[in-house]
Ligand binder design. Structure first.
Ligand SMILES: [Mg+2]
Length: 335
């Protein structure tokens, strides 16, 4: 396997790994995780007391992986272009299928509001005008695999297009641009500090797009969160992320939190995903973002073999063809 393919695959499986490790502890407070698990050290089934993940088997992924794969498939089918109406329809279809399975892991607040608007006949370019939570960032990874992060403005165009129908806002686009740029830099062969720099630059550019919504700067908060945890012992660092950065679905909390755990783990994928799982809050999404970036930096060959086997067998995941197709788009985009 060549390096590019290994890194593209690492991004996709890293995302799934962080998502599945965070599944059992999502929406739990950190103190409850400590009481229930001590420290999460691997895949766990959804515990009975978790209203979203109760009954899910160890290693099961959630909406983060499902929707990222969906975005990837639409990108490939559209030859690098996502049709916003089609994305809306497919997300609604996905939620119907999840409800039919009895799942409680459904659409997030921005996506749900936007898709309800589309269903009422609001045009797709208006539907996402207030979406500012982390749903676009959680599913943007395939865009980072499919496009080089330079030139910056055309890269941010691609990110903004994928955000349009649900998260057409300064915060939504900035947070998705940060994640996509870090992944793209990783796939392109960069290291952890390159990924941080690319994320901060792209977040600043993304904040110039979409409808303005109030909220702290994603770029500034990523830079701050990474510095906040440097040199701290792990437990203390996780407490700081929990108390200061925040782990909510707000983009300006969970996205900088993902960069903080990446810094804390020094970019090591399994470690970063476990740190996220122990945070609680929206930790499946924090883990999915951190895992995607870490996986793009290290490649799938650096992910634990047993974890990959679990992810494939529990979820029926086969991400190799998607990685190949996204890299074909990347080759075409690079000319
Ligand atoms: Mg999720």
């Amino acid at each position: 396997m060549n390096h590019l393919h290994d890194r593209a695959l690492g991004a996709l499986y890293g995302l799934a790994m962080g998502d599945a490790l965070g599944m059992p502890t999502q929406i739990m407070p950190r103190r409850s995780i400590v009481a229930r698990f001590g420290t999460v050290t691997g895949f766990e089934p959804g515990p009975a007391e978790n209203p979203v993940s109760a009954g899910m088997p160890a290693g099961a992924v959630t909406d983060d992986t499902d929707q990222a794969v969906l975005v990837g498939r639409l990108l490939v089918e559209g030859d690098g272009h996502i049709d916003p109406l089609r994305l809306a329809q497919e997300l609604l279809e996905w939620e119907r299928a999840m409800k039919a399975k009895g799942s409680f892991d459904l659409l997030g607040p921005s996506t749900k509001a936007a898709l309800e608007a589309v269903s009422r006949g609001v045009p797709p370019e208006e539907a996402g005008r207030s979406g500012s939570t982390n749903g676009a960032a959680m599913r943007i990874t395939p865009v980072g695999v499919a496009f080089p992060d330079k030139p910056l403005e055309s890269f941010v165009d691609q990110v903004a297009a994928a955000c349009r129908v649900t998260h057409d806002t300064t915060l939504g686009i900035a947070s998705a641009a940060a994640v996509a740029a870090a992944v793209s830099r990783g796939v392109g062969g960069g290291g952890l500090e390159d990924a941080f720099a690319a994320a901060i630059t792209a977040a600043a550019a993304g904040a110039e797009r979409g409808h303005w919504v109030y909220g702290a700067s994603i770029a500034a908060r990523i830079e701050w969160a990474v510095e906040l945890v440097r040199g701290l012992p792990e437990e203390r660092a996780l407490d700081r992320v929990n108390d200061l950065v925040g782990t909510s679905v707000a983009s300006q909390e969970s996205v900088p939190a993902a960069f903080a755990v990446l810094a804390l783990a020094d970019g090591e994928p399994w470690r970063a995903c476990l740190l996220a799982a122990n945070l609680g809050g929206d930790c499946d999404t924090i883990g999915a973002i951190a895992g995607a970036i870490a996986g793009s930096l290290s490649g799938a060959s650096a992910l634990p073999t047993e974890a990959l086997t679990t992810l494939r067998s529990v979820n029926g995941l086969d991400l190799e063809p998607l990685a190949t197709s996204l890299l074909e788009l990347r080759a075409a985009a690079a000319g």
